[in-house]
Ligand binder design. Structure first.
Ligand code: KG4
Ligand code: ZN
Length: 327
């Protein structure tokens, strides 16, 4: 039996998970509410909250998996990218734990973790073309096998999660507003307002123009009606969300045609968006390619995605030397 403890602390969620022989046995996440009043993640506050959360979160992951520390075979941890102070808390904790237990330490790239979430409950055929959409990243990634991948395209400014959250802030929602845009959009008309489709540039993305066009739409509306946002909230959310989703899938379809994958996968926090999920599956049906989307708990930041990557690295004996740092 091999049992790997994994830790994820790259941003504002403290996560720990246990994977036993390739099956997720526990997955615990503690989200940090402290950032809401600042309208975004405050790095220093995030690091301090990780320090408070990490021991209870790891203990709960062990308890849920009915394991004790001395049954662990390795510790896997997010090595980057992410907020430096936040990474440092998880990484130092994992490194100390591996050292004190005399077991290997496995470093995992956070973005590789997001795409590996697609391997948790399903066995997608390779090559697997992934659309990774999160608060910090928007990428198209080709996965050749469980551990081999290449980034084909990325955002040149904001990530799509930021486009959701900044748009939501403009409409008066608290951070992170992406899920609220999703909620209100369900009652709105996606054709009520016209937003421009950003120009495509290879397989790269750009979202800052769309966010600005929402600002102009709101300013124009408020010049006629001071209560413009409240009077058109559902339609604004539906139209803005619809354009974001259409644009993501337009660029992804170009990649499908170019790389002819055997399966396609959607992952990252924004993969929780209901319109994107359903349009992504429709795209799979239209192109006759099997589509995969992880369970909600594996879309937003979590340690199970680090655990599954750690498991494949463990099988390859891809370990860090214990003097390794996050840099
Ligand atoms: O992957 P994640 O938890 O963190 C990063 O690695 O960035 O993604 C968080 C992002 C936030 O921008 C949040 O607003 C967005 O995912 N998000 C959503 C939804 N649920 C989460 N965006 C749109 N619709 C949703 N239902
Ligand atoms: Zn993430």
């Amino acid at each position: 039996m091999n049992a790997i403890l994994s830790i994820e602390s790259s941003c504002d969620d403290t996560g720990a998970s246990i994977i036993i022989d390739g099956q997720i046995a526990s997955n615990v996440v503690s989200s940090q509410a402290i950032h809401i009043k600042y309208g975004g993640v405050v790095p220093e506050l995030a690091s301090r909250a990780h320090l408070i959360n990490i021991i209870p979160v790891v203990n709960k992951a062990l308890q849920d998996a009915k394991l004790t520390l001395n049954q662990l075979s390795a510790v896997a941890v997010t090595q980057g990218p992410g907020l430096m102070g936040s990474l440092l808390v998880g990484f130092s904790f994992a490194k100390s734990m591996a050292f004190s237990l005399g077991i290997p330490l496995i470093g995992v790239n956070h973005l590789q973790g997001h795409i590996s979430a697609l391997l948790i409950d399903s066995k997608p055929a390779f090559p697997l073309l992934c659309l990774l959409v999160s608060g910090g990243h928007t990428q198209i990634i080709l996965m050749e096998d469980e551990l081999t991948y290449s980034v084909l395209g990325t955002t040149q400014d904001d990530a799509v999660g930021e486009a959701f959250d900044k748009g939501a802030k403009l409409l008066g929602f608290d951070y992170p507003g992406g899920p609220l845009i999703d909620k209100y959009a369900q009652q709105g008309n996606p054709k009520a307002f016209e937003f421009p489709t950003p120009k495509t540039n290879g397989l790269n993305f750009s979202f800052s123009g769309l966010k600005t066009s929402l600002l102009y739409k709101v300013q124009e509306g408020q010049s006629q009606d001071l209560d413009f946002i409240n009077n058109h909230l559902n339609d604004l959310c539906a139209s803005y969300q619809n354009r974001l989703v259409e644009y993501l899938l337009k660029v992804f379809l170009i990649a499908i045609k170019e790389f002819k994958p055997k399966s396609i996968g959607l992952c990252g926090g924004v993969a929780a968006n209901s319109l994107l999920r359903s349009k992504f599956n429709q795209l799979g049906i239209k192109t006759k390619i099997q589509s995969h989307i992880p369970d909600f708990q594996y879309c937003t930041d979590n340690a199970a995605m680090i655990a599954v990557t750690g498991y494949y690295k463990f099988l390859q004996k891809d370990f860090l030397v214990l003097k390794a740092t996050i840099f």
